[in-house]
Write a protein that binds this ligand. Structure first.
Ligand code: ZN
Length: 111
């Protein structure tokens, strides 16, 4: 893709489109992703999962905190099933109005 010379008097709208690709929605909460996107394996890699979905770091933390690998594997790509979990449902409702780059200092799991 050939980049045109920057022309300060050029078409600003077109320039803005190039600079800001549309944000991808988070798999869990549906909000646009922020500056940090984690590519989450709905089926854990250790269970043979290959597909990845974009998520907020905080949303992935929530899944990891609330589900075991076996449960994640069972739900797979079925995010609706994950949202039936009361704790996850509560989190998604709570995070709905937060900034996309919002991260809470939750109790972090040691990796
Ligand atoms: Zn999210």
């Amino acid at each position: 893709m050939a980049r045109k010379n920057r022309d300060p008097y050029g078409d600003l709208n077109r320039d803005a489109e190039e600079e800001a690709p549309p944000p991808v929605p988070c798999w869990l909460c549906g909000r646009p992703t922020g500056s940090t996107i984690v590519w989450h394996h709905p089926v854990p890699k250790s269970r043979g999962g290959r597909d990845v979905v974009p998520m907020h770091p905080i949303c992935q933390q929530t899944l990891i905190a609330n589900f075991t690998n076996s449960e994640l594997q069972r739900h797979g790509m079925d995010v609706e099933g994950l949202l039936l979990n009361p704790a996850v449902r509560k989190f998604v409702d709570w995070v709905a109005n937060k900034d996309p780059d919002f991260t809470a200092p939750q109790a972090k799991k040691q990796r």
